[in-house]
Structures are given as C-alpha cells and as structure tokens.
Design a protein around this ligand. Sequence first.
Ligand code: ZN
Length: 95
Amino acid sequence: MLMSGNVILALTEKLRRLRRRKQEIQDEAKRRVAEIDAEIQSVQKAIDTAEDAMKDIICPVCKGTGDIRVCDAAGSMEERMCGFCHGTGIKITED
Ligand SMILES: [Zn+2]
C-alpha cells in the first residue's frame, strides 16, 4: 500500500513537471512568434516606405523592369526594351 502510494506520488510529480515544461515551451514559442511578427511588420513598413519613395521615379510604363511585353505579328508575346524609359526602368524627365 505504501509502495503503490509512492508510485502514484512520483507519477503525479512527473505529470506536474511535464505540464509545466509544456507550458514553458508554449510561452517561449509565443514570445518568439511575437518577435518575428514585429520584425515582419518592420520589413513590410520598410518595403512600403521604399515603394512610396520610388513611385515618383519608377517608369510608369514598364513598372521599373525596363522591358515591356508586346504582341508580335505572329500573335505571340515577346519582351522588348521599354521605349519610354529606354530600358532603364527609371522615369526620365526631360528638362
Ligand atoms: Zn520603362
């Protein structure tokens, strides 16, 4: 009787330790996910800021690629140098 009581006590303690460990891992994961979320937000903000700053200098015809897709006489698509920015991808202002 004393023996089985000890076994159950030991197993109950083991159960308690496992549940605590599981909780610690879940808390740690939640913290790390929050850190990554904050970093994602910063990077997204940087992209938005860069896009905002770029939109006035990016060629509006080819969207900065320098190439445009055109349909040739045979009806198939091909890439050609953008004539508006002369393949630079940058909106060139004449002054
Ligand atoms: Zn262009």
